[in-house]
Design a protein around this ligand. Sequence first.
Ligand code: PGA
Length: 244
Amino acid sequence: MNNNIYIANLKMNGNIQLIDKYINIFKGYTGNNLIILCPPFTLLDYSSHKINSNQSILSLGAQNIHHETEGAFTGEISANLIKPYSEFSIIGHSERRLNGESNEIIAKKIITCYKNNIKPILCVGEYNYSDNVDETFKIIELQLKPLKNIILDSQLSLLIAYEPVWAIGNNNACDPNRAGEIANFIKSFTTNNTNINEINILYGGSVDDKNHEDYLNQKNINGLLVGSASLDPSKFFKIVTNNR
Ligand code: PGA
């Protein structure tokens, strides 16, 4: 039994051939892990159709939503629009925060997700490495603080991906023990300060088929958010099935 969560974040990459490869490679997969494929918006419809017609175990996620559900927001995408295809949405990825997305807007997006039955995957992480982990805790705390104001009636669950920005896309993955320490911090902050019932913490940042287990061995990490390595479905499959 292994209930880990694996997210493939294709970012602004991919095409229908890549989606087909994903469907094919996961055809015989019988494990108990949750596997979430996050393609670009224009591939969600195709991916959802393929997943359903092949009875694939893959789940789908969007890479972002707007905090409003409709309106005059040229070039944006709403929870309403992705809902027919996506069970999940990444929220607050660092590549969006770099474009000016604030913690407050991100909190609004999470509420919009909950109101529309989309499960949010919140990304947090510091831009620069610091030797002093307390400095990193402070940054993460600022990113998590708006969650305190989320009070909805239903039972809420949240996936939080700790993604140190300095470790993204460069083969300079974070030391697993440090990632574990930060995951412990995230766990205790969210348990003590929010009314979210179920929190799962993932690590993301240069995860590949060599280093993945080191993160999952950490007490409070039970998932991985994979960018670059997810562009090779067989590598991503190896990460999920634990074959080196
Ligand atoms: P990476 O990307 O695996 O290429 O570092 C992770 C991410 O940005 O989500």
